[in-house]
Design a protein around this ligand. Sequence first.
Ligand SMILES: [Zn+2]
Length: 298
Amino acid sequence: MTTPPVCDYEGSDYQTSFWDKGGREYEDRTEAIALKRLLPKRSRLLLELGAGAGRNTPRYLGFDRIVLLDYSRTQLEQAQQRLGKPDKYIYVAADVYRLPFIDGLFDAATMIRVLHHMADAPKALNQVKKVLGSGGIFILEFANKLNLKAIFRYLLGRQAWSPFTLQPVEFVKLNFDFHPKAVKNWLMDLGFKIEKTLTLSHFRVGLFKRLIPTSVLVFLDSVFQWTGALWQLSPSVFVRAKMKDGKKQEIPGTVLLFFKCPDCGQSPLVEQQDYLECSNCKKKWAVKDGIYDFREPG
Ligand SMILES: [Zn+2]
């Protein structure tokens, strides 16, 4: 099955180098505040897409259970060290373009700093939609190409790509920034209603405010005022989107019943000693040290 390329954090010390020692306390804390504002107070089952080493997981307080999904097994191992292996957490290594879950399973999903690595964002968002149930909440963070720094650089002729066009920009291989309107359009096309939008990481804009003459800022301000309520000029944007309300689906009693074969869609899978087997296409999906691995069949 052909899917877009994946940005793999396998073996990466991303948690340590970027978050713990990278001077990102500001970003980390602003994310905590945004999540608090956007998350439902009480809910059942959450899918955390691109959970990495579990940095945000303890913030999902209102959920009975959380599925931590990442493409990298070593990131999930770091999450296990941080969070342990209580029943509450289910660790899944899988490709976001081939999610191994039955339709409508989850009450909510989060995708923070992940769309940033999606070569085919609409395809990934469509997968999220399929696994969300009626009234499902989707909290999505994306990197905003229409940020003040990019606008200035473009206007000053120091950046070739335009921040104003709707196409994503790949500024480094498998690192994409998106136009807020493009993301909104994708979500609405999938049937989501956007309930709330928050902009984050303004400090980088603040830096420019100190460096750039106020008159330029005022000019830009006047140009972009028409965006009104949709004013998003910060490098990071969070949206809370919701699926149509309807009858809530029962959550299966066992984790095994959460899964389907990511290759052929068969469910349920058959539990074997150290793998789950697809009775239709006969593929074997490894289960090792508390991690369900749906990346490559065994
Ligand atoms: Zn199968």
